[in-house]
Design a protein around this ligand. Structure first.
Ligand code: CMC
Length: 392
């Protein structure tokens, strides 16, 4: 009963008003608060981009300094949280650990869970942005059996993250500026993407009044899937499976075959029907990182060849399937030394600011209602209960 539009996958349903991110999928345009992603990737940095997404404007020099100081004040996690990690198996997927640990933050930071208090919301937002790299790095350290590294607040955000992941207490570790820049750029490129599955999940969870830590944990769960944040992991697996250039046509053929469930990972997007603007920056960053590290990765050549063949193929042209942001990011992250299982965790670190900005925008929206989609019931008609003794 009742009238509603049936729209599975919400392909034509706008769920909210937003002033944060604009995408023109046909033209391949992505703007954060009006500023093109390419310009931010080239000239800005992640903390500044966070400020922009949260506040709507680029910071002045003084605002930027203060913001970075405010964030670094929250980089450590409660000491007791470390014991929480020890309850996990060492071979747990970092995203499984992240879902648990981030959800548990609300058990540690009671003083920033009142969603109606703007000051508490601000502190929760800063805490999430600041602690996420620490939490992800701890998940990594735990998985390799190394001691957790405390954050170093003299370092910049991305640099600090690399330090927490790759430094060990017994040795001096200096983060390469090229790698720090690449990490920062990857964070900028992933910071927000309007109403994608995980952001919509955060909004939906938050629409009931749930606390921000619980909402972001919900976002992390949604991001984990291979059709969303898990795609760069899937790209690398796919490139390994293809193995050699000579096998590319076979995989392209499989991707086109309706009877085969195989898809070209890192290709296609719900909104972009053109080159994903982030993919172009990512490809450039990929060259820079591999050059700096002196790494030769056959996968890069394989990826370029695959991209070329797919872009020339009628099926991909007609369906407007272009490489998306995840197509190259896996190759960069692998070269930097991250295991494949950490890729989506890094995406979660970057996307936290987007989730938090969207969550705040929703709470401040006076017209906001609890998210409650309808359904088309296709089950059996009304029927009587049959007692156990009478069932055949
Ligand atoms: N390889 C082969 N065919 C594809 C692909 C692909 N990667 N993507 C879409 N198609 C086909 C699909 O079979 C369908 O064909 P038809 O109309 O004949 O049934 C048509 O293109 C439209 O696809 P869809 O699944 O209806 O489109 P969607 O908007 O629901 O899905 C997508 C978007 C990203 C889930 C999908 O393109 C996909 O599975 N891509 C591979 C996974 C991937 O790279 N995901 C990362 C997304 S970007 C990062 C992020 O947002 O997290």
């Amino acid at each position: 009963t009742g009238h509603f539009t049936f729209d599975p996958g919400y392909t034509s349903t706008g769920s909210c008003e937003s002033k944060i991110t604009y995408i023109d999928g046909d033209a391949g345009v992505l703007l954060y608060r009006g500023i093109p992603i390419e310009e931010l990737a080239e000239h800005s940095d992640f903390p500044e981009t966070c400020y922009l997404l949260l506040n709507g404007e680029l910071p002045t020099a003084a605002q930027k300094t203060k913001f970075e100081r405010d964030i670094t004040m929250h980089t450590m996690v409660h000491e007791q949280l470390a014991t929480f990690y020890r309850g996990f198996r060492r071979d747990a997927h970092p995203m499984a650990v992240m879902c648990g640990v981030v959800g548990a933050l609300s058990a540690f930071y009671h003083d920033s869970t009142d969603i109606h208090d703007p000051e508490q919301r601000k502190i929760a937002s800063y805490r999430l942005i600041a602690k996420m790299p620490t939490i992800a790095a701890m998940a990594y350290k735990y998985s390799v059996g190394q001691p957790f590294m405390y954050p170093k607040n003299s370092l910049k955000y991305a640099e600090n993250f690399l330090h927490m992941c790759f430094a060990v207490p017994c040795e001096e570790y200096v983060v390469s500026p090229t790698l720090a820049k690449a990490m920062d750029r990857i964070f900028v490129l992933h910071a927000d993407h309007e109403q994608n599955a995980s952001t919509s999940t955060v909004r939906l969870a938050g629409s009931s009044g749930a606390n921000p830590f619980a909402c972001i944990a919900a976002g992390i769960a949604s991001l984990w899937g291979p059709a969303h944040g898990g795609a760069n992991e899937a790209v690398l697996k796919m490139l390994d499976e293809i193995g050699h250039k000579s096998r590319i046509p076979e995989f392209v053929r499989r991707a086109k075959d309706k009877n085969d469930t195989f898809r070209l990972m890192g290709f296609g997007h719900r909104v972009y029907k053109n080159f994903d603007p982030r993919a172009k920056v990512m490809r450039q960053t990929c060259y820079e990182v591999l050059n700096e590290l002196g790494v030769h990765d056959d996968r890069l050549e394989l990826a370029m060849e695959l991209e070329k063949l797919a872009l020339e193929d009628d099926y991909f042209v007609e369906k407007k399937l272009y490489p998306n942001v995840d197509f190259y990011s896996g190759i960069i992250l692998k070269a930097m030394g991250f295991p494949v299982s950490m890729f989506t965790a890094l995406f979660a670190v970057a996307r936290t600011v987007g989730w938090v900005s969207q969550w705040n925008e929703m709470i401040e929206d006076e017209g906001q209602k609890i998210g409650r989609p309808r359904q088309l019931y296709t089950g059996t008609d009304r029927r009587p209960y049959v007692p156990l003794t009478a069932r055949g």
